[in-house]
Write a protein that binds this ligand. Structure first.
Ligand SMILES: [Zn+2]
Length: 321
């Protein structure tokens, strides 16, 4: 295939899924000199077969892939790495904050467990929090087979087609790949066309605390400044009007924060009571995501000096300023 230096041919690999994400998307990008695989789907046969099929359609094979770039460490973006690299030796690049997660480093996983234990205690989550921590402890060993076996390297500083942009929030290691000549941005899960992407609370690799929603908002604003023509997302369809989608997402965050503010003034003063009251059934079925949402928005309100928190008997209580 011919590509001049300005263009890149993009071959999306879109694997439909029967849940709210709609699809797992990953991408082959052919530029003049390099074939890059951006992300690597889930570890299942549908993703594997779709990858092989997309390569075949272009008269390419696995061994033609020069490099694999990862937008972030989540399981639905790195699933095929072990399978691919056990067949072909292809260098894999990611943000350094992805390494301990991809390698399932025990020290980091233990730090993560301690982090959530403390987080849920101070949020007054009681038994529900303890159950979640017990689940994390089990998963630490049970999911060890998901560790990425090949070496993961930092993105090379030159010699590739993309500007690499940090877009943390959904995960602290999330990056976007901007192909400037064509105005195309691969942004992982920073933006999803049909649903709002979650800012997920996690301990940092270098820090003990994280501010995922604040980071997520900054990352969206950064991308708005970039004015990409097209954003290829980790899920769902291609995004053509990034600016209006980002404005919608930022407005929705403000709107939700106002609702939490109202609940706090109604006397729901802990993260746990806010979560139960606002999310109702989802509190049970999606506990960790719900707590991320609540704590992220509380941090946002605190940051805007709309609320303050005070610790009483080991639990944070929030009140209006
Ligand atoms: Zn994803």
């Amino acid at each position: 295939m011919q590509c001049d230096s300005k263009s890149a041919a993009i071959f999306p690999i879109t694997v439909p899924v029967d849940n709210s994400l709609k699809s797992f998307n990953f991408y082959l990008v052919q530029s003049a000199e390099t074939l890059t695989l951006i992300d690597a789907g889930m570890n299942n046969d549908s993703c594997w077969n779709s990858l092989l099929h997309t390569l075949q359609e272009q008269n390419l094979s696995l061994s033609d892939i020069d490099q694999i770039f990862l937008t972030h460490h989540h399981i639905d973006h790195v699933g095929l790495i072990n399978r691919i690299t056990s067949e072909c030796s292809i260098p894999v690049y990611a943000h350094p904050y992805a390494y301990p997660r991809l390698k399932r480093d025990e020290t980091f996983l233990q730090k993560r467990i301690d982090f959530f234990e403390e987080l849920y205690k101070t949020a007054d989550c009681g038994e529900k929090g303890e159950q979640q921590v017990a689940y994390l402890k089990k998963a630490m060993y049970k999911n060890q087979h998901q560790a990425i076996r090949t070496e993961i390297m930092p993105f090379p500083s030159f010699g590739h087609d993309f500007t690499i942009i940090d877009v943390p929030g959904h995960s602290e290691d999330q990056v976007g790949f901007f192909h400037e000549p064509s105005g195309v941005l691969f942004a992982g899960d920073l933006l999803i066309n049909h649903i709002s992407s979650n800012a997920i609370i996690e301990p940092g690799v270098e820090t003990t605390y994280s501010y995922p929603l604040l980071q997520h908002m900054e990352s969206m604003k950064k991308v708005m400044q970039l004015k990409p023509d097209v954003i290829y997302s980790g899920h769902g369809t291609v995004i053509h009007d990034a600016e209006s989608l980002i404005r919608q997402r930022l407005d929705a965050i403000d709107h939700k924060a106002e609702k939490f503010l109202q609940l706090i003034s109604d006397g729901y003063t802990t993260a746990n009571t806010l979560a139960k009251t606002y999310y109702n059934k989802a509190y049970d079925s999606q506990f960790s995501l719900v707590m991320s949402e609540i704590i992220g928005h509380l941090q946002y309100l605190e940051n805007n000096k709309r609320i303050q928190k005070e610790m009483t008997d080991g639990v944070w209580h929030y009140h209006l300023t």
